[in-house]
Design a protein around this ligand. Structure first.
Ligand SMILES: Cc1cc2nc3c(=O)[nH]c(=O)nc-3n(C[C@H](O)[C@H](O)[C@H](O)COP(=O)(O)OP(=O)(O)OC[C@H]3O[C@@H](n4cnc5c(N)ncnc54)[C@H](O)[C@@H]3O)c2cc1C
Ligand SMILES: *[C@@H]1O[C@H](CO)[C@@H](O)[C@H](O)[C@H]1NC(C)=O
Ligand SMILES: *[C@@H]1O[C@H](CO)[C@@H](O)[C@H](O)[C@H]1NC(C)=O
Ligand SMILES: *[C@@H]1O[C@H](CO)[C@@H](O)[C@H](O)[C@H]1NC(C)=O
Ligand SMILES: *[C@@H]1O[C@H](CO)[C@@H](O)[C@H](O)[C@H]1NC(C)=O
Ligand SMILES: *[C@@H]1O[C@H](CO)[C@@H](O)[C@H](O)[C@H]1NC(C)=O
Ligand SMILES: *[C@@H]1O[C@H](CO)[C@@H](O)[C@H](O)[C@H]1NC(C)=O
Length: 529
């Protein structure tokens, strides 16, 4: 169902909805009718697609980008309605009307939030789903692009590759992540050791603020422009689009992926990896993934260490680098695969590298029950420590640990340059993941992941125990379901995500959104200073 600015159809809509759906909250009664009246009064040009629960497409729109099946249950709170803006002014209208009627707004770009914060709430709320605002305009000559928040990283890569063979962007290895949430939380990927986070490469943005105004870098000011490039989504406003600096890439890059098991000395390899991965040339990233596999020829479990690399250069050079820095890995000539940068995007996302790059425009994702947590490591873990971790992985057999090395450009950028604080001194980040297929196992998996996290305490960063805001984790401290956490509650998880930048985020938030309109379970609190 679409609203229309035509008064007659509006009236019909108004009457039919007003009496059929009344949503109650403690303080007031809101009706779809009131809200739709507001939307209609503020709509300037085309009408905004609106999906109320009685619309046949409400459920499919709602579920379209729900990735975490735990939030796809019948008991998960549902939005009062969903708006899918077609132009910037629709987003302005949504903000003005929700504010007027005291309805919470959840903004969703790609829906990849680990905790479903973009589409779940405990108080009456609407979803502003930006999936129609997904234009990407690439200016290859000036190495720039404007990308709308509703585009995915895959769509951005596709549009860049369409224009140039020697330009890329340092964004996610996952190609279905939404640009809106991704850049809001900093955003790392396979080229971040060379170029920094995605947020480091933003040079302008357009956003709708709490008053419904569209601001750009100049009109929002440097404080707010700083905050939106890593301070986490959902706290400051709705970012419509980002102007990004594209990154030069060579016409040929080289990748490899090899598995090493315990029997092949994986412990020593992982131990050495901790020492060298953060010191490798910036043009090279060597990811490490740890999980459980069946030992070859036996019915025993073993730990599998998967080393995956992207090198911005040819195989000949990479062979020399690997031989000098990590000969123990024992790479063969045929492990090295040369390709174009855009094919390496497919490779790193585990897509067939010979498939058409059209696959990057598809937005379908694998859905499962899921929980993730993160850590940062600043001191190498001893071999004894690694062996204890193996024991844990083998006993539980539930979690995968993905290790991302830091260093390079990431060490050169000051911690306060953007809200993303995990810079110099970081050896690597750990992402713990558990994914499962049936709701009945949820408690078991989540508990084991939490135990694993507890077990890791001695090996990871302390005071604060750092975490990545784009790996949202509501376990990190007290949260408030309605987004009204106090400053001291928020400081607990805020310091883990942002270290010393947390207070500046609170300062900016208090200035631009004093009444805390944009909020979620872990949004930056507004306080009177
Ligand atoms: C399978 C998978 C792979 C991932 N891989 C990577 C990776 O390689 N690198 C990496 O850095 N991260 C990665 N992530 C994490 C990802 O960056 C975050 O989940 C990110 O927040 C997702 O953005 P989104 O737009 O898809 O999510 P959404 O769920 O739409 O949004 C996330 C948060 O941002 C807010 N938000 C969304 N759009 C806007 C906007 N336009 N303006 C303001 N706030 C907004 C939402 O309200 C919500 O709070 C991955 C996540 C998943 C599930
Ligand atoms: C639902 O979506 C389908 C396909 O996009 C469309 O044809 C149909 O008109 C929509 N129905 C309503 C009620 O909006
Ligand atoms: C989400 O839940 C609905 C039922 O509400 C179900 O029809 C749908 O298949 C579920 N999605 C997935 C991917 O399981
Ligand atoms: C290991 O082998 C068993 C059967 O022996 C199989 O069920 C299981 O899926 C295998 N696990 C992995 C991780 O390959
Ligand atoms: C890609 O390669 C795989 C294995 O090498 C092959 O099975 C598949 O047919 C190829 N696909 C295309 C589109 O060429
Ligand atoms: C990073 O920190 C180390 C140790 O504190 C210091 O020696 C080094 O110069 C720093 N690197 C950069 C690029 O600032
Ligand atoms: C939010 O929840 C807290 C309890 O967690 C409650 O005290 C407060 O009144 C609520 N605020 C709003 C605006 O709903």
């Amino acid at each position: 169902m679409r609203t229309t600015t035509s008064f007659r159809s509006f009236l019909l809509l108004f009457v039919s909805i007003l009496f059929s759906f009344i949503i109650c909250s403690n303080a007031f009664v809101i009706t779809h009718g009131d809200f739709l009246t507001c939307i209609s009064l503020h709509s300037k040009t085309t009408s905004i697609p609106i999906y109320t629960p009685e619309n046949a497409n409400y459920t499919s729109i709602l579920q379209s980008t729900i990735l975490v099946l735990g939030f796809n249950s019948s008991t998960t709170p549902k939005p009062f309605l969903i708006l899918t803006p077609l132009e910037e002014s629709h987003v302005q209208t949504a903000v003005i009307c929700s504010r007027k009627h005291g309805i919470q707004i959840k903004v969703r770009s790609g829906g990849h939030d680990f905790e479903g914060l973009s589409y779940v709430s405990d108080i009456p709320f609407i979803i502003v789903d930006l999936s129609n605002l997904r234009e990407v305009n690439v200016d290859a000559e000036n190495k720039l692009a404007w990308v709308q928040s509703g585009a995915t990283t895959g769509e951005l890569y596709y549009k860049i590759a369409e224009k140039s063979n020697i330009l890329g962007f340092p964004a996610a290895t996952c190609t279905t992540v939404g640009i809106g949430g991704y850049i809001s939380g900093g955003g790392y990927g396979a080229m971040f050791r060379k170029y920094g986070t995605a947020g480091d490469n933003v040079i302008d943005a357009r956003m709708v603020d709490v008053h419904g105004r569209v601001l750009n870098r100049k009109s929002m000011g440097e404080g707010l422009f700083w905050a939106i490039r890593g301070g986490g989504g959902g706290s400051f406003g709705i970012v419509l689009s980002w102007k990004i600096r594209l990154a030069p890439v060579p016409p040929t890059v080289t990748v490899f992926r090899v598995d090493r098991f315990l029997a092949e000395g994986a412990t020593l390899l992982v131990h050495k990896w901790q020492d060298i991965a953060h010191r490798l040339p910036k043009e090279l990233i060597l990811f490490l993934s740890l999980g459980v596999a069946n030992a070859t020829a036996k019915d025993e479990k073993t730990v599998r260490a998967t080393f995956t690399s992207l090198f911005l250069g040819d195989a000949k050079k990479l062979k020399i680098v690997m031989k000098e820095t990590f000969p123990e890995l024992g790479l063969n000539n045929n492990d090295f695969i040369e390709m174009r940068w855009i094919q390496s995007i497919l490779f790193l996302d585990n897509l067939p590298t010979n498939s058409s790059i059209d696959i990057l425009r598809g937005r379908s994702t694998v859905k499962s029950y899921f929980k993730g947590k993160s850590d940062y490591v600043r001191q190498p873990i001893s071999q004894t420590g690694l062996e204890l971790i193996w024991e844990r992985l083998l006993n539980d057999e539930l979690a995968v640990m993905n290790l991302t090395p830091y260093g390079g450009r990431m060490s050169e950028i000051a911690e306060s340059e953007t809200p993303f604080p995990h810079r110099n001194g970081t050896l690597f980040k750990i992402l713990y993941v558990a994914a499962w297929n049936e709701v009945a196992s949820s408690e078991k998996y989540i508990n084991r992941l939490r135990k694993m996290y507890e077990f890791m305490t001695p090996y990871v960063s302390k005071s604060p125990r750092e975490a990545y805001v784009n790996y949202r984790d509501l376990d990190l401290g007290e949260t408030s379901k309605n987004g009204t956490a106090s400053y001291s509650q928020a400081k607990v998880w805020g310091t883990k995500y942002f270290k010393g930048n947390f207070d500046k985020l609170v300062y900016v938030k208090t200035k631009v959104d004093p009444d805390n309109f944009f909020r979620n379970e872990q949004s930056i609190p507004s306080i009177a200073f």
